[in-house]
Design a protein around this ligand. Structure first.
Ligand SMILES: NC(=O)c1ccc[n+]([C@@H]2O[C@H](COP(=O)([O-])OP(=O)(O)OC[C@H]3O[C@@H](n4cnc5c(N)ncnc54)[C@H](OP(=O)(O)O)[C@@H]3O)[C@@H](O)[C@H]2O)c1
Length: 243
């Protein structure tokens, strides 16, 4: 990892990743909507760690801009971490197409659009690593968040296919499946501390997976066992549960 592109760099997990990667002397490209919000983060990281930090404007909801966005990056990254995501309001999404579309576009369509471009470049260069932050929500549709869950399921399947395609080119693809992470996304939601990762812990686990050549990693590891149980509940029982 020499130059790391973080897509969705204003999220707390992304900021924790940026801090920890800067401490490892990685150069950073922080891509976000209204990226000038990150000016203070840029100078702080550059001064504290003596690294180059670039800000870039990126909107997952604008696939038409993704090719130009990537082509404008100089130098090109050798690692891309796709952090952006949108939980949305599921109750609203059930009756409001625009909300459903934003959830699907933010978590799936936008990710496919930008990662298609990055994957082609990494494949040509025969190097690189792509990290996608998906979710355990993608493992089984639940009545409380199946629009978001289905978009993340699509993203997980996309990353699996990308990993399969790029293996022979020496490009690694890592799927990250967080359970709960204590960020803006969970604001106002009460979750058990045991099942909830602080952004710094999540970032450390993601970086460890990047260094250890993992393919799929859960944040926190306990979620691997929880999801094993959830996936194995027979459908005739699952459909009656209030989840
Ligand atoms: N928190 C959890 O419990 C949890 C659990 C499972 C998976 N995840 C996933 O983990 C990742 C990080 O989420 P988080 O918890 O850090 O949530 P967060 O604090 O809400 O951050 C989401 C980030 O995505 C960015 N984003 C949303 N739509 C975007 C768009 N159209 N273009 C560019 N950036 C956009 C947001 O940017 P703005 O600042 O511009 O809004 C924000 O930086 C997401 O993919 C999320 O789905 C989170």
């Amino acid at each position: 990892m020499k130059t790391v592109l973080i897509l969705g760099a204003s999220s707390e997990v992304a900021l924790a990743l940026a801090n920890q990667l800067a401490a490892k002397s990685c150069e950073l490209i922080l891509a976000a909507r209204n990226s000038d919000r990150l000016a203070a983060v840029k100078s702080d990281l550059a001064i504290r760690f003596g690294i180059n930090v670039t800000l870039a404007e990126f909107d997952a909801l604008r696939p038409d801009t993704h090719k130009n966005f990537y082509e404008s990056l100089e130098p090109k990254p050798d690692t891309a971490i796709c952090v952006f995501g949108y939980l949305g309001d599921h109750t609203k999404a059930m009756v409001d197409w625009q909300e459903s579309a934003t959830i699907v576009m933010s978590n799936y369509v936008g990710a496919v659009s930008i990662l298609n471009v990055i994957a082609n470049d990494f494949e040509n260069r025969k190097e690189g690593m792509i990290v996608g932050i998906s979710s355990v929500a993608g493992e089984r549709g639940r009545q409380s968040n199946y629009v978001y869950g289905s978009a993340k399921a699509g993203f997980t399947a996309y990353l699996s296919g990308l990993r399969n395609r790029l293996f022979k080119s020496g490009v690694r693809v890592i799927t990250v499946k967080p359970g709960f992470m204590k960020t803006r996304m969970l604001a106002g939601m009460k979750t058990s501390a045991f099942l909830t990762a602080q952004p710094e812990r999540a970032a450390a686990l993601i970086i460890r997976a990047m260094q250890r050549k993992k393919d799929v990693v859960y944040v926190l590891p306990v979620w691997k066992w929880i999801m094993l149980i959830i996936r194995n509940i027979p459908e005739f029982t699952f459909k009656k549960l209030k989840l």
